[in-house]
Design a protein around this ligand. Structure first.
Ligand code: GUN
Ligand code: ZN
Length: 444
């Protein structure tokens, strides 16, 4: 059923452009007393309260979020829902971490009831963090995908997800074959892609766990349908990069392994991309594929420092979003993710402006997924996926907020000090999906 008309009053913060390519203040749309009117799951009007109130359909209740910011819902461009139970696993870097923690955890998702339980908890956590869209890895089991999309359909969230393809260098209980992976993916695409707000991503885990044959069949799945997504991992860790060079001696680079298979295209999302060169950056720029910057994961697993400002170089900007990469990442909160992105930028001698950080978490992520015509911006015509941010969520934050003299500073304190407590509410498709103060995520 379509959602009832609704309206939200608060401080609207959204973007009219890319703040890496223009002065951040010019990219910011800042409406301190704003009104957002919603009907049929879409935003019909957004602007100054005084100028917009005339458009309010008679009888519509205005939810009062004055004192809070109204932002587009966050977009997480890289995350693994089955790894939620093993978040914060001690001690290892990528390849050992996969063997010791990840593969055993993922082995349980052949059980659809278990998968459904975790998918429900995962989506509930995302909404508690203000994230309304994510590009999500399931496991090798088709049931893990049915469970995820089933729960997302129930909530009405716009999600991108797919079955992991993995036909070598993994325990036998987690391996498919090139052919079975193709057949299972085909069926899942037919079942879920384009249904409600669900989108399918062909998901080869990463080059070391797929044979060249499997990568070619992944590309065959994408052929003829440019609405399909592709997601994988790229150049996250130095030992992984060396392994890929051994496994694919004919390829010029790690990215080139995917490129030769036909997987570097618009709506392809590469997780990490830390250890790549200028040639690869240019190739990402011209192909329309995207990079997912995953700062909490890169620090937690000791993977390295992503060169964000190099990726955003105005001469050949690469579509870039933020990813939490849970369970390699340590938080589903994009506020925490921005916090660590700021610190990684500091380590590389760069200054990540809060307007740039919030752009990455919303409109930039939407552009990375080629979904910016639907999500990532608070404006008429966009889907009503919104996140309400409270700059006064804790006593300390309320104290610090008194020192703020600009919207940019309010955003900066939110990204440095904020977490799930800062999310006053989350709206999905024009419906209230999470309300912090009434203690719950609706429909959970
Ligand atoms: N590379 C291959 N698989 C994974 C994974 O599950 N997480 C991360 N962070 N990197 C990977
Ligand atoms: Zn990952």
């Amino acid at each position: 059923a379509p959602s009832a008309p609704a309206a939200l009053r608060g401080h609207i913060v959204t973007f009219r452009g890319n703040p890496f390519l223009m002065p951040p203040q010019d990219a910011l749309v800042d409406e301190p007393d704003g009104l957002v009117i919603i009907a049929g799951g879409r935003i019909t009007h957004a602007g100054a309260y005084d100028a917009t109130i005339a458009h309010l359909p008679p009888g519509t209740t205005v939810t009062d979020y004055r004192g809070c910011l109204i932002s587009a819902g966050f977009v997480d461009t890289h995350v693994h829902y089955p790894q939620l139970p093993m978040i914060a696993a001690y001690g290892e870097q990528l390849l050992e971490w996969l063997e010791r923690y990840t593969f055993p955890t993922e082995s349980r998702f052949g059980d659809e009831a278990y998968a459904t339980t975790i998918a429900r908890k995962f989506l509930g956590e995302l909404l508690r963090c203000g994230t309304t869209t994510a590009a999500v890895y399931c496991t090798v089991h088709p049931q893990s995908v049915d469970a995820f999309f089933g729960e997302s359909t129930r909530l009405g969230t716009l999600m991108v997800a797919g079955k992991v393809l993995m036909d070598r260098n993994a325990p036998d209980y987690l391996r498919d074959t090139a052919q079975s992976g193709y057949d299972d993916s085909r069926r899942l695409i037919e079942r879920w892609h384009g249904r409600n707000r669900q989108h399918y991503a062909v998901t080869p885990r990463f080059a070391p766990t797929s044979t060249p044959e499997q990568l070619e069949l992944a590309a065959a799945l994408l052929k003829g349908d440019d609405t399909l997504f592709m997601q994988t991992h790229l150049a996250e860790n130095r030992a992984e990069v060396a392994w890929v060079a051994e496994l694919f001696p004919d390829s010029r680079s790690y990215l080139d392994v995917y490129d030769r298979a036909g997987l570097v295209r618009p709506r392809s999302v590469m997780g990490h991309g830390i250890h790549i060169d200028e040639h690869d950056m240019c190739r990402c720029h011209e192909s329309g594929c995207a990079l997912a910057h995953c700062p909490t994961s890169n620090l937690f697993l000791g993977s390295g420092a992503f060169r964000l400002f190099d990726a955003m170089d105005a001469r050949r900007p690469v579509r870039t979003g933020l990813g939490t990469d849970v369970g390699g990442g340590t938080s589903l909160s994009h506020l925490q993710t921005m916090n660590e992105a700021y610190k990684i930028a500091q380590m590389t001698g760069k200054r990540l402006h809060p307007v740039q950080a919030f752009w990455l978490a919303t409109q930039g992520g939407a552009q990375a997924l080629h979904l910016d015509d639907r999500i990532g911006t608070v404006a008429a015509g966009m889907d009503a996926d919104l996140c309400i941010l409270d700059p006064n969520a804790t006593p300390l934050q309320a104290l610090r907020a008194q020192m703020c003299d600009s919207t940019a500073d309010v955003l900066f304190t939110l990204m440095m000090l904020g977490d799930d407590r800062s999310i006053r509410a989350t709206w999905v498709g024009g419906r209230l999906a999470h309300d912090r103060d009434s203690g719950g995520t609706t429909g959970m």
